[in-house]
Write a protein that binds this ligand. Structure first.
Ligand code: B12
Length: 327
């Protein structure tokens, strides 16, 4: 029988395809990867995971062990022990998978249903939809293609007077709670680069900063999330004894963005100055502010920001433990 090593290692399958092929839910695949370092799938240009046939075979083998009653951590240890001895497991024969779970919701549907749940102030429904979205999609599509469009719709309808401020507050507070919960599910890695993320003074729009914090923690960085409206003096004081490698502040309005004018200068006076970075729509909509605010502009999307942060911290020898770990 063929062994797993005989299979091609060309990255080609998305997490959704692998889930269907193996019967392992995307949320479980990500948890195995995070907690047991099972695989480190490559990434497409859009950061989505891409698995090879060999990866799929490894996952099937692990699942066959788990189905036989072995815990996932023991199954992973068995696999490692075999591989250390140069033995590759045989390819597990597979019957076509019966997909018994509910069909996956398309992202557009999730946006529509989540929006409707917010309009109805239906927290139970919103929680179910959020859970489904987290289980089915990686963090970047979850944020960029489900949560951001839902919030944009809410913002437009609030602006047009179609929905009340109460509904907008319900939706944004619900998502803040869920995002914080998600952020806290990732391990705090003490021996990785220490990054502080928050919002510029007077800035209340914090969900972008919270999403970025979650992505960075998922990549293995040690991230502390500081929330909205962080006073610069206080931040400088904190940085003087905590020595973060990087401070990132988000600003949605031009006035909050301008509050960062002297931040870099203040931080540069510290004995071990952190890298000072910023982003957010205040800097995207008013590019001229970037000329006035010293520090590093991280780009106009979360993906670009992540890439830039990885580059900056790799240059300063502060790589996270887990390369390319983007959920
Ligand atoms: C929720 C919300 C609020 C909540 C925020 C709650 C919270 N805990 O965050 C509250 C009620 C506090 C609020 C207040 C206000 N809001 Co408001 N709000 C929104 C809403 C509906 C969603 C914002 C959001 O979270 N979007 C999702 C996040 C993820 O998107 P984002 O912030 O744009 O961030 C993206 C990028 O900018 C980037 N990014 C963000 N930060 C960073 C950082 C780095 C380093 C990088 C690389 C990238 C990056 O990544 C994100 C994903 O693409 C928007 C509508 C909209 N279109 O967004 C209005 C909106 C932003 N608000 C608006 C306004 C006017 C206000 C108020 C001035 C209203 C008022 N009169 O009081 C106040 C200002 C408060 C303040 N001082 O900051 C306007 C802004 C208009 C403009 N021209 O800029 C909008 C667009 C609504 C509208 N359609 O008019 N708001």
């Amino acid at each position: 029988m063929a062994t797993i090593a005989d299979l091609p290692d060309i990255p080609q399958y998305t997490i959704k395809a692998v889930s269907i092929q193996t019967g392992i839910r995307p949320v479980t695949l990500r948890a195995w990867e995070r907690r047991h370092e099972v695989l480190n799938p490559q990434r497409a240009d859009n950061h989505y995971r891409l698995y090879s046939e060999r990866d799929v075979a490894i996952l099937r083998w692990l699942k066959s062990r788990v189905d036989a009653g072995v815990s996932i951590s023991n199954a992973v240890s068995e696999l490692r022990a075999m591989m250390n001895q140069g033995i590759m497991p045989e390819v597990t024969p597979t019957a076509p998978q019966k997909v018994t779970r509910q069909p996956i919701h398309q992202k557009e549907e999730l946006v529509k249903f989540l929006y409707q749940a917010f309009l109805a102030h239906n927290e139970i429904r919103a929680s179910e939809l959020f859970k489904q979205a987290v289980e089915e999609y990686d963090l970047i599509p979850l944020f960029m293609e489900i949560l951001v469009p839902t919030l944009t719709q809410i913002g437009e309808d609030w602006y047009l007077g179609k929905i009340t401020i109460a509904t907008e507050h319900f939706a944004s507070n619900f998502l803040k709670g869920k995002l914080l919960g998600l952020f806290q599910t990732y391990p705090i890695r003490k021996n990785s680069s220490y990054i502080l993320v928050g919002c510029a003074p007077f800035e209340q729009h914090e969900l972008g900063a919270l999403m970025l914090s979650t992505l960075l923690r998922a990549q293995g960085y040690r991230v502390e999330y500081l929330g909205p409206d962080v006073p610069i003096e206080d931040l400088v004081d904190f940085a003087s004894y905590e020595h973060p490698a990087m401070i990132i502040l988000s600003a949605s309005s031009s006035s909050s963005a301008m509050e960062l004018k002297n931040a870099q200068q203040r931080l540069a006076m510290l004995r071990r100055p952190p890298l000072f970075c910023y982003g957010g729509r205040g800097f995207d909509n008013h590019p001229e502010i970037r000329q006035k605010v010293a520090g590093i502009y991280l780009g106009n999307t979360l993906e670009k920001g992540l890439e830039k942060i990885n580059e900056l911290l790799a240059d300063s020898a502060g790589k996270p433990n887990h390369r390319n770990r983007i959920q």
